[in-house]
Write a protein that binds this ligand. Sequence first.
Ligand code: TXA
Ligand code: MG
Length: 338
Amino acid sequence: METRVLKSTNENIKYCAELIKRGEVVGIPTETVYGLAANAFNENAVMKIFKAKKRPADNPLIVHIADMDMLRELAEDIPDTALEVCKKFWPGPITVVLPKSDRIPLVTSGGLNTVGIRLPSNNVARELIRICGLPLAAPSANLSGSPSPTTANHVFDDMNGRIPAILDGGSCSVGVESTVISFEGDIIRLLRPGKISVDDLKTVASDVVVDKGVLEIISNDASVKSPGMKYKHYSPKADVTLISGSVEFFEQYVAKHNSAGTYALIFDSDDISDSIKAVRFGDSSEQQAERIFAVLREIDKIGAERVYARCPSKEGVGLAVYNRMLRAAGFKVIKEGD
Ligand code: TXA
Ligand code: MG
């Protein structure tokens, strides 16, 4: 099938809404990363998403909505804390996991009796959902295991020939996927870190528990709160290692292990020897979030074999960058002083 990349004009948004209403899958922009969207109520359409992504069937999809009425149609027994989160952070980059209503097919929820729901702030995404008049199931638009796409070109690289259309809405402003949370009374459990940080969540919950899948390896057969965390993720072809500590320690370590296929992934302000080939990914956590996935794709394009990466801060959205880098590195971390 031919994959068309379409500018996000009103006409093209309407055309993509028609495709979705007919049961097709379309690549769409959101403020976090691009998604692969289909009618969340249509089992066949949802199965096409899993096929296009080569995604394991037990990994649930996030359902995207355009207003609070849709939330009440899709979820049941919504705790007050969840409503407060939605009121405070929607439209925006946060997904709430709630008991699902019968309207959500099990194919969409990966067999679970819960569903992740999000109201995105990206105008193209919201306009598309409004025109469809349907909730849209949409995982990140990468092939399963690859870095998430933050431009229409990234989506094209992974999905060419697999879906009929991609709506091009420019690059994603946040750059990492939404924060995913579930609720235990008025306690929030953080399943995946994103732009909405632990401190942000503390303003509405009595406590925020960081699930252990955020920072630790989860074995493949373990029963996990968020199935996505047990799969290998964001992995470039290059062998990535995180180096935690000062830039001086970093430079010494990489100089010792430097060879033709070696690259350093460093902050913009880092000053290291010219004999080390470097790719830079920003200074502030916000910049790093915006650039991380493009940079992970770039290191494959330039043919890097081994990558040593500076360890991002774990503050604010930094925790999300760290979580994605840790996975890209297969949890390999070298610590200064060890
Ligand atoms: O920002 C985002 O969330 C993007 C854009 C397109 O909205 N979507 C996205 O979807 O990242 P995906 O499918 O790549 O990641 C969804 C994550 C997975 O780790 C999945 O396991 C988890 O959310 N998740 C979804 N529904 C869940 C549920 N009912 N219970 C627990 N975890 C759930
Ligand atoms: Mg994903």
